[in-house]
Design a protein around this ligand. Structure first.
Ligand code: SF4
Length: 701
């Protein structure tokens, strides 16, 4: 590294591991034998100079000796041989051409990721539609933000993760954290909440298990997995019954209240308490605290959203925000706490099946015409709407999709029903994977392309506040590694579509993105690299280079044509799979502090891997006794879809009917071998957060 230079190697960058995008300086010094690295947080828009343990160790995987450094071809025995870029591009062009000639353009699919920069996400969408002319493109962000995004769009007319800047959090007098474990997933945000507490805020956490986040709360509602929408109904019912709505706000800024009120009128709090497992008295206490507070904020994350009624569940929490008028002013708002590094920007610029850049819709004629104009093609050349990420895996299984181009994602581990997904991917005629490290999916690639890491690639990311940040390149690429955009331009060129992909830098791509997003909901037109360098970060929407917004949305009006927010009655439903005599417990999944997504990067970091070297199953000691299981014992978990083994951790903080398993490991430790593939009917989010499971001690011969 750094040619064993005696002068320190200084890398200024942003942590790639979550949506806070903490800024940091990594300094490497050679002591005569090895490089030693120190990492310091640097103040930026959101992080205020803090770093968590993931950020402190994020250099390790990027500098790992396990990086993929050259294009490779998989041989029949499963090993890889090194090939040149020219050979890789020619083989990709030949195979894609053959497959599309035989089975049509849509026989090739594209699959992206929410950790890609805005430039890569934008270009991947254009690559699918213009270079490959396929309708099949989606990405792992479908599993991250689709429920909150759909709910925000429908209720408020716009989807931006947080409706307020983070600096509003300490101004809130009551905060509801629903299905979000900020202390482990976005740790550097915690001081915003502790500051709120110090200033008198009452914090309510909703989670089936006790976590470092719920420990901070004043009240923990230990909801049954999958019953968040019903719990929100309980909170709403109390708020209406006790007259804690804001009538002027409801009258002047919303529509649909009469129907919502009638729907809640018919509900019984005792029934809701029974369904959710949360005592009526606690529901009353929480509703009263939120309803009576002068200011308040509600945050949701995957605990609420990764359900087959995730869209409706988020709508119901938005109902809560709206009927109390707690939005659009300091200390009042809603936030969907994004998980992935670019979970926000990654969903705005066209790698989602139904979207074009700037949050334009692929099925809207005017949107198609506008984007086609920017791209220099006829609107009729643009493919139509494809399907969601898991549905793409079904198409792979059915052989409708015969080749896949995959960038920055590990679908074998991240999709639900992983055994089915793996079987499908084995049927592919041709799989191309661009990644920086060997993942469970990359091992199956026919052609493997070495992609650059966050330390090397320049680009913008949009943090959870909707603030666009520029991450500059901090070092040269190693080996023959290329940036995502160079790979996409290279493949487009050999496919004969190079004239649409003549970019020479990430900044040139961003400039085209600005124009493509102009006038759309996520309008980046007024943002430039120069401006980002000068100002540090700029919130969207930003339609003009001379304008800036405070980050607080909906102060006067919502983004629907009539300026009103929409209230919607939400039913209290049970999950698609409930516990029964055969599968008597609920399985729920989530994250741990030291790992990120499917663990491809964090499992390569010795310091992070050492903190959690393997998966585990958390269950209540009484549940363990019931199934004759001890602490630290190996157990088998089985659902109707698959099995896995894990070591137990007994914890009195989890519900007795629930088992928790984290999501960061593959192969036999992959919890998604067990999860249910049913999808939310609106946003196509899988119900990762609840399915029925049985557990038993592992019996070894
Ligand atoms: Fe910051 Fe998130 Fe990285 Fe932790 S994981 S350092 S909170 S960006």
């Amino acid at each position: 590294e750094a040619g064993r230079s005696t002068s320190p190697l200084v890398m200024d960058t942003q942590c790639p591991f979550c949506s806070v995008q903490c800024k940091m300086r990594i300094t490497g010094e050679f002591d005569g034998k090895r490089m030693n690295y120190t990492v310091e947080g640097q103040p930026n828009a959101a992080s205020e100079g803090r770093l968590c343990v993931k950020g402190m160790n994020a250099y390790q995987h990027a500098l790992s000796s396990e990086r993929i450094l050259h294009p490779m071809r998989r041989l029949p025995d499963g090993t890889f041989e090194r090939i040149t870029w020219k050979e890789a591009y020619q083989e990709i062009a030949r195979r894609f051409y053959e497959i599309q000639r035989g089975f049509g353009s849509d026989a090739v699919g594209v699959y992206g990721g929410g950790s890609l920069t805005n430039e890569s996400a934008y270009l991947l969408g254009k690559f699918a539609r213009v270079a490959l002319r396929t309708k099949y493109i989606d990405y792992n962000g479908r599993f991250c933000m689709s429920a909150a995004a759909s709910a925000g769009n429908k209720a408020l007319g716009m989807d931006r993760g947080l409706t307020n800047p983070l600096s509003d959090i300490p101004l809130a007098k009551c905060i509801i954290l629903a299905g979000t474990n900020i202390a482990e997933c976005q740790p550097t945000l915690m001081p915003y909440f502790t500051r709120a507490k110090e200033q008198g805020a009452f914090i309510i956490a909703i989670d089936p298990r006790e976590t470092a986040t719920t420990q901070m709360a004043d009240l923990h509602l230990q909801v049954k997995p999958g019953m968040d929408a019903a719990l929100a109904n309980g909170l709403l019912k109390v708020i209406l019954d006790e007259g804690l709505t804001d009538p002027a706000f409801v009258e002047g800024r919303t529509r649909g209240f009469t129907e919502l009120a009638a729907h809640l009128e018919a509900m019984d709090l005792g029934v809701i308490a029974g369904m959710t497992g949360v005592p009526a008295e606690l529901i009353r206490r929480a509703a009263s605290a939120y309803g009576r507070a002068s200011t308040g904020m509600v945050f949701t994350a995957r605990g609420v959203e990764q359900q087959t009624d995730g869209y409706m569940a988020v709508r119901n929490f938005l109902n809560l925000v709206l009927v109390t008028g707690k939005i659009g002013r300091p200390g009042c708002g809603y936030g969907a706490v994004t998980g992935q590094g670019n979970g926000q920007g990654g969903r705005e610029h066209g790698q989602k099946a139904d979207q074009l850049p700037g949050y334009r819709l692929i099925e809207n004629a005017a949107d198609r015409a506008y984007v086609a104009g920017v791209w220099g093609i006829d609107p009729s050349e643009l493919p139509g709407k494809g399907v969601s990420a898991y549905e793409m895996m079904e198409k792979v299984h059915d052989r409708e999709i015969r080749a896949l181009f995959l960038m920055g994602s590990n679908p074998i581990v991240s999709n639900p029903n992983a055994v089915f997904v793996e079987e499908g991917l084995k049927k592919l005629d041709f799989l191309v994977v661009a990644d920086m490290l060997m993942s469970e999916t990359a091992k199956m690639a026919d052609i493997l392309l070495p992609a650059s890491a966050y330390l090397e690639n320049e680009g913008t990311l949009t943090n959870l506040e909707g603030r666009v940040l520029l991450r500059e390149a901090a070092r040269e690429v190693p080996g023959e590694v290329q940036h995502d955009w160079q790979i996409l331009c290279g493949v487009a060129s050999v496919l004969g579509r190079g004239r649409y992909f003549g970019f020479r830098s990430a900044e040139e791509i961003f400039d085209e993105l600005r124009h493509a997003s102009r006038g759309g909901a996520a309008d980046y037109y007024g943002i430039t690299y120069d401006r980002l360098r000068r100002e540090g970060g700029v919130y969207w929407p930003c339609p003009s280079p001379d304008e800036a917004n405070s980050g607080r949305l909906f102060e006067e009006t919502f983004a629907h044509g009539d300026g009103l927010a929409e209230l919607l009655p939400v039913d209290s439903r049970f999950p698609v799979e409930t516990a029964c005599s055969e599968y008597p417990l609920y399985l729920t999944t989530g994250r741990v502090l030291s790992h990120y997504l499917t663990g491809v990067q964090t499992r390569r970091s010795p310091s992070l891997a050492a903190r959690e070297i393997e998966t585990f199953a958390e269950l209540h000691p009484r549940t363990a006794r019931r199934f004759k299981i001890g602490e630290g014992a190996l157990i088998v978990l089985e659902t109707r879809r698959g099995t896995m083994t894990a070591r137990t951790r007994l914890h009195t903080g989890i519900r007795e009917d629930t088992v928790f398993v984290p999501m960061h490991w593959g192969d036999g430790q992959n919890v998604n071998r067990l999860t249910h593939p049913a999808l939310d009917p609106v946003c196509r989010m899988p119900g990762f957060k609840v399915c029925a499971v049985r557990v038993e001690p592992l019996v070894t011969a």
